[in-house]
Design a protein around this ligand. Structure first.
Ligand code: MTE
Length: 313
């Protein structure tokens, strides 16, 4: 289990290795944001549980209200625990994530089975406040705690053949009772191009609201890709595979006309059954306009230069 302890304040430059520090500053500049309070400390382990000692302050801040923690923890999509919005909260209470391992395979030098602790411990946890826009036209603003996915992927030394990264959720119908029904072709699968996976906005998240990741939000580790529809942000990951060809993804397999591989938030490309122009922020009464690439176009639009986003939806 990952426990996030209370952190303390310390100057960023004192504790961050210089290359990382410089990269982070570049990133903050690119993102057009200023870091908030900065908190850092190493990971530590006690009583068999992994503790996230502390985390870096906001690399990305938003001038928008953060969604109430209770709402973000009780209005969820996690079909492994049922299809109702409150099912994940209610039906994941006994789900345990001790001794979690992640199998890394495919086009990389360092494949193998990694304990979660071994995989994430060399990295510093950062807080990232991101918009999350579900394809169902609701949205939230969530303070995630996570590690840039790219840093973790680099540690596996991908080969030049690695063009995509595929992710898999745990498949265990006893522990995840929603998998006893064939709502989807289990396990839940997702994928990114290697450029999307390496982009500094993409994180593997181990917590939210300053705490360990709740089961219903994808404990112990999930993906967060803020410019894509929420279903790309796969929960409870047990497999990471570097592939040469585009991997299969769950929602695309279920309904390819409705859900493409890219699934970038795009108000100009409607879902076949509803408009994507507007969204309801959880907690708001009125809808608001959906932003191109969920408001992250300055950072990520260049990933799609020359690609017709209406065709590659
Ligand atoms: N991951 C898995 N394994 N199973 C799921 O059903 N739902 C997706 C995504 N990740 C899902 C998943 C969808 S549709 C959304 S909108 C987000 O998780 C919701 O994340 P949240 O419940 O933490 O807000």
């Amino acid at each position: 289990m990952i426990i996030i302890k209370k952190s303390w304040e310390i100057a960023e430059s004192e504790v961050t290795p210089e290359p990382l520090y410089l990269r982070r500053r570049e990133f903050m500049k690119a993102a057009g944001t200023i870091g908030g309070a900065l908190m850092l400390s190493p990971w530590s382990s006690a009583q068999g549980a992994l503790e996230i000692g502390a985390y870096q302050g906001n690399a990305v801040t938003l001038d928008e209200e953060i969604t109430e923690e209770d709402a973000a923890n009780s209005y969820n999509n996690f079909y492994e625990f049922g299809t109702g919005k409150e099912d994940p909260m209610q039906k994941s209470k006994r789900f345990t994530t001790d001794d979690w391992t992640i199998v890394v395979s495919g086009e990389c030098e360092k494949h193998g089975s990694y304990g979660l602790e071994d995989m994430v411990k060399p990295f510093t946890v950062e807080e990232r406040i991101y918009r999350l826009r579900c394809v169902e036209a609701w949205s939230m603003v969530v303070p995630w705690l996570g590690i840039p996915l790219g840093s973790i992927l680099q540690s596996f030394q991908p080969t030049s053949k690695a063009k995509y990264v595929a992710f898999k959720t745990l498949h265990d119908p006893v522990r995840m009772p929603g998998q006893q029904r064939s709502v989807l072709d289990w396990p839940y699968r997702e994928g990114l191009t290697i450029a999307e996976a390496m982009h500094p906005l993409t994180i593997l998240s181990v917590g939210m609201y300053g705490k360990t990741m709740p089961n219903q939000n994808g404990a112990p580790i999930r993906l967060v890709v803020p410019w894509k529809y929420g279903f790309k942000s796969i929960k409870s990951i047990v497999g990471i595979e570097f592939t040469e060809t585009q991997p299969q993804t769950s929602w695309n397999m279920a309904a390819s006309r409705e859900y493409g591989f890219y699934s970038n938030v795009n108000p100009t490309v409607d879902h076949p059954r509803w408009s994507q122009k507007r969204e309801r922020r959880i907690g708001d009464i009125f809808k608001r306009d959906t932003l191109m690439l969920n408001g992250y176009a300055d950072e990520v639009a260049s990933l799609y230069d020359g690609l017709d986003l209406a065709v590659n939806f």
